[in-house]
Design a binder for this molecule. Structure first.
Ligand code: MTE
Length: 493
């Protein structure tokens, strides 16, 4: 047992972002590896037979611990996937979904301990899940390594209006798939698609449809989460302000592609109005248990002829890089990044939203009073739109020049960016250095004469005259999403 434990700890040291010593300490402190004399001992059959048994309980194991997670299942941020582990060890799943090796997750599990496992299971880690990841620019700040999530150092963002591909933030939930383009097909099925076997090759997408090039800013729904975490911890990647980037994307109009699959838009006008159809997307990035990344967008978004979601194969005039969805990704301008499915292989028009937990559970926001103990994921709808936001990326001391970005979702451009140096009593309008389409960010700059240390606040106003909230406390949400309060920094000279 000690050897297996040590092996897992060495493995964790290779993959973990929270410091190894912290996690090792907590595993030992919570006595997962020990028999607790105050609790009964169960064998594997007793544990697996709980489901469907008298109480229809969900028990799992972790090292020597047995846990009754029946009440937690509906609050699990990964949704039904937790049932993969029901009746057995969570380790095979956690070794893949490594975000579970976090102190808060381990502490939550510990609360459910009801017993000891009689004979420890073989929990030897499989280390090959992430062995085909693409090379990455080390300048990108790694937030998690497997799956890879990295953000552009915010100070570098103002240096380019179009973020270079190798510096563009990456948000992966699963390993990057290796795609053989000669075998690649995009299948399109579902309501209103006459053929059940309609599919397109990559060349079809490139050659049969007009290429549209569009500057679009992509931003993760969790951008700036680390600042929200200063109010109260939120689970999730601690992005600063660099989970955002702007690129010129090239590809086919999704509307054109659906039309070519036989979708008759006029037949569905009324159904659209009732918001009853969704376009589901599935990526080729899957876990070893058969579940792949997915998301969906209401089909009525496409009724607006001025809104052009794309299926893109180019990013900044180059073939889209593996981390960003090679060979094809969906791109929904102005929506949170989670809806723009990378490595897209299936489109399904359906009366249901995507069944994926990233549609139905994660990427939802709740009132500040909701936490992991009282969350009801069904009580909120999926986030699509991104609110108005702004960020101070860099400042040069001496002749102080502040630079940053502002962005608002759904094509609401930015009309103004304002800075305050006296905690909001006065606001100075800053110079907008570059704006392009309303789907792209606005960059701004200001030179300030600084004589002493001061607080600097930024806020932006969008074309709908929405302004950012002042205080993070009032918009705190348990998943740490759409964080858009004023960005406040301290300037020291
Ligand atoms: N698509 C797939 N197939 N798999 C993913 O993990 N992540 C989503 C979205 N599309 C994801 C995906 C999220 S949460 C974001 S923010 C964006 O992709 C990130 O896109 P990028 O990595 O190209 O910056």
């Amino acid at each position: 047992m000690k050897i297996i434990f040590l092996e897992i700890i060495i493995y964790l040291s290779l993959i973990l972002n929270p410091s190894l010593s912290e996690v090792t300490e907590i595993i030992e402190k919570l006595e997962f590896d020990k028999i607790r004399l105050d609790l009964p001992t169960y064998n594997a059959t007793q544990i697996s037979s709980q489901i469907g048994g008298a109480g229809n309980k969900v028990w799992v194991t972790f090292y020597r611990g047995v846990f009754d997670i029946t009440d937690f299942v509906k609050r699990h941020p990964g949704g039904e996937r937790i049932m993969n582990a029901a009746g057995s060890s969570v380790s095979p799943f956690w070794q893949f979904y490594q975000l579970h090796y976090r102190i808060d997750v381990l502490e939550t599990l510990a609360k459910f301990r009801i017993g000891n496992l009689e004979t420890p299971l073989d929990e030897t880690p499989n280390m090959n899940y992430f062995d085909k990841e693409p090379p990455r620019n080390p300048t990108v700040i790694t937030r998690t390594s497997t799956p890879f999530c990295g953000e552009t150092p915010p100070a570098l963002l103002p240096q380019n209006f179009y973020t270079p591909n190798d510096l563009f933030y990456v948000r992966n939930h699963l390993p990057v798939p290796t795609v053989d383009t000669s075998a690649y097909r995009l299948t399109i099925q579902g309501v209103g698609i006459p053929l059940s076997n309609f599919s397109l090759s990559l060349d079809d997408v490139k050659q049969k449809f007009a290429k549209i090039r569009m500057p679009v800013t992509l931003q993760c729904g969790g951008n700036r989460r680390s600042q929200m975490g200063e109010v109260k911890p939120t689970p999730g990647i601690g992005w600063t302000g660099g989970a955002i980037g702007n690129a010129v994307w090239g590809g086919a109009s999704l509307r054109d592609v659906l039309t070519s699959a036989g979708f008759n838009w006029t037949n569905y006008t009324e159904t659209f109005r009732q918001n009853k159809l969704h376009i589901q997307f599935e990526g080729l990035d899957c876990d070893p248990f058969g579940d792949c990344y997915g998301a969906s967008v209401p089909l009525h978004f496409l009724l607006d002829a001025t809104y052009t979601p794309l299926l893109v194969y180019e990013m900044n005039n180059a073939s889209i890089p593996p981390d960003h969805g090679f060979p094809l990704r969906a791109l929904f301008p102005g929506l949170i990044g989670a809806r723009s499915v990378k490595w897209v292989s299936k489109i399904l028009i359906s009366e249901e939203e995507s069944p994926s937990p990233w549609q139905r559970i994660d990427y939802k926001i709740f009132a500040p009073s909701v936490n992991e103990d009282n969350v009801n994921f069904n009580s909120a709808s999926a986030i699509y739109d991104a609110p108005v936001n702004s960020y101070i990326c860099s400042h040069k001391n001496g002749e102080v020049v502040e630079r940053g970005y502002a962005f608002a979702g759904r094509g609401r451009g930015i009309v103004r960016v304002e800075l305050s140096f006296d905690n909001g009593d006065n606001w100075q309008v800053v110079k907008l250095t570059r704006q392009d389409s309303n789907y792209s960010w606005t960059q701004w700059e200001i030179e300030v004469n600084v004589t002493s240390a001061m607080d600097v606040w930024v806020k932006a106003v969008d074309t709908g005259y929405n302004q950012q909230p002042e205080d993070l406390k009032h918009i705190w949400n348990y998943r740490g999403l759409v964080v858009n309060a004023y960005h406040k920094i301290k300037l020291n000279i």
